[in-house]
Write a protein that binds this ligand. Structure first.
Ligand code: NAD
Length: 397
């Protein structure tokens, strides 16, 4: 019988970059199927998180792994690209079952981690799971995005340059959870840089954020602090809309502290989940699942700037269609690099302030450079980014 995780595996593209390794994980007792795709290691150990969703496929993970190869190259990090996925319904899994699955996944990947692949959080996987993962795997360097209270004085693996025994020495290194908001911060910086490109002031610009997890919530926080007006946010239950703007803190508390949905808030009116992609806003930030902008809704997008907080929120040909309508799309491989830059900082033993500084130093010039190349060469922003990243990956430096 064909395994559902591999249902579209024939679509996986093999080219001059990769993928070099695809590892299938299965546990008959726990009843989960998982996969790790190591795309390329020319620049270092493969780095990228893993997600738990009911519909994840090996093909989707391979696209995400390629994204990591390119993202890490663009950010100038000594990492290759990889990604993992566990096909399991995160809505029905109990905390205990989830822990058992995460720990089993980590143990089964022992031979691979951290020499070939270092993991991290992604959809429905957060700091708690990262600590469970590292402890079960037996190496603090097994993954990043761990809690700040989880520290080590070990030097890490000698074969993973980012852990670099020589560089990190025996200094204390602690987790830098993505719950500090690293990815959302980078997404907000990308949005501000994109607005500046149009000579627009971010203050007062209207923003819709589709997906209100780690990335979406912090993009909201940092954009609100910069003066933008976030008029709509959505989660799996629907969209919350208020043209006067939505305040970040009560929504964040509702989602994070109380595990609720944005649609139960009284701060705005509730619309259908998919309506958020069609709102008349200045900026649209997809920050949830893959391929949320597709054949049926791409022509209805009204935003003039799209900043890809999520990974692969649309296929390249949809970006092309938007580009033809003068919609500026800042691609995922630039916009959401804050998370992996934070991962690098964690492995190096940096503190929170140094991590945020590094994100700013890397993301803002990168967005500007891609827009400059786009202007000069008339390429799409993604094409401009890809040209730079591919060259670095193939050159291996
Ligand atoms: P998360 O699990 O914290 O949150 C996901 C959110 O999406 C939840 O609020 C959920 O309700 C919402 N959602 C699910 N289905 C939806 C739907 N149909 N419509 C609207 N919302 C829906 O996930 P995350 O870590 O924020 O990741 C989101 C995206 O960002 C993913 O593509 C991930 O790969 C990417 N990303 C995350 C990080 C990170 O640091 N967490 C880094 C880079 C990229």
């Amino acid at each position: 019988m064909k395994n559902e995780l591999f249902i579209d595996a024939e679509n996986i593209q093999f080219d001059e970059i990769g993928p070099e390794l695809i590892v299938k994980v299965y546990d008959p007792k726990l009843g989960y199927h998982g996969v790790v795709v190591i795309d390329n290691r020319n620049l270092g150990v493969a780095k990228g998180g893993f997600r738990m969703t009911p519909h994840v496929t090996a093909y989707e993970v391979s696209r995400l792994a390629r994204g990591m190869t390119l993202k890490n190259a663009l950010a100038g990090l000594p990492f290759g690209g990889g990604k993992g996925g566990i096909r399991y319904d995160h809505r029905t899994v109990t905390p205990k079952q989830k822990q058992l699955i995460v720990e089993d996944f980590a143990r089964k990947l022992k031979g691979l981690i951290p020499e070939f692949y270092i993991s991290g959080p992604d959809m429905n996987i957060a700091e708690r799971e990262m600590e469970q993962f590292a402890r079960a795997n037996g190496s603090w360097d097994a993954c990043t995005g761990k809690p700040a209270s989880y520290c080590t004085r070990s030097t890490g693996s000698t074969s993973s340059p980012q852990a670099g025994s020589g560089q990190a020495g025996k200094k204390k290194r602690c987790g830098l959870p993505h719950e500090l908001g690293s990815t959302g911060y980078g997404v907000a910086l990308s949005t501000i840089a994109a607005a500046e490109y149009f000579k627009l002031d971010i203050k007062g610009m209207s923003v819709a954020i589709a997906g209100y997890g780690n990335v979406g919530q912090f993009a909201h926080k940092f954009l609100q602090e910069a003066g933008a007006k976030v008029v709509a946010v959505s989660d799996s239950q629907g969209t919350l809309f208020n043209e006067k703007g939505l305040d970040w803190r009560p929504l964040w508390q509702k989602k994070t502290k109380r595990g609720g949905t944005v649609t139960s808030s009284k701060a705005g009116k509730v619309l259908a989940g998919d309506e958020i992609y069609e709102l008349d806003v200045d900026v649209l930030i997809p920050a949830a699942g893959s391929d949320v902008i597709h054949d049926k809704n791409v022509s209805k997008v009204k935003a003039s700037i799209i900043v890809e907080g999520a990974n692969i929120p649309m296929k390249p040909h949809h970006e092309e269609r938007l580009h033809k309508r003068d919609v500026l799309v800042i691609p995922d491989i630039i916009a959401n690099a804050g998370g992996v830059i934070s991962s690098y900082a964690e492995l190096k033993g940096y503190d929170e302030a140094k991590m945020f500084k590094l994100i700013k130093q890397k993301i803002v010039p990168n967005v500007k450079e891609i827009l400059r190349v786009m202007e000069e060469s008339k390429m799409l922003p993604r094409e401009a980014a890809l040209a730079i990243a591919r060259e670095r990956v193939l050159r291996g430096s």
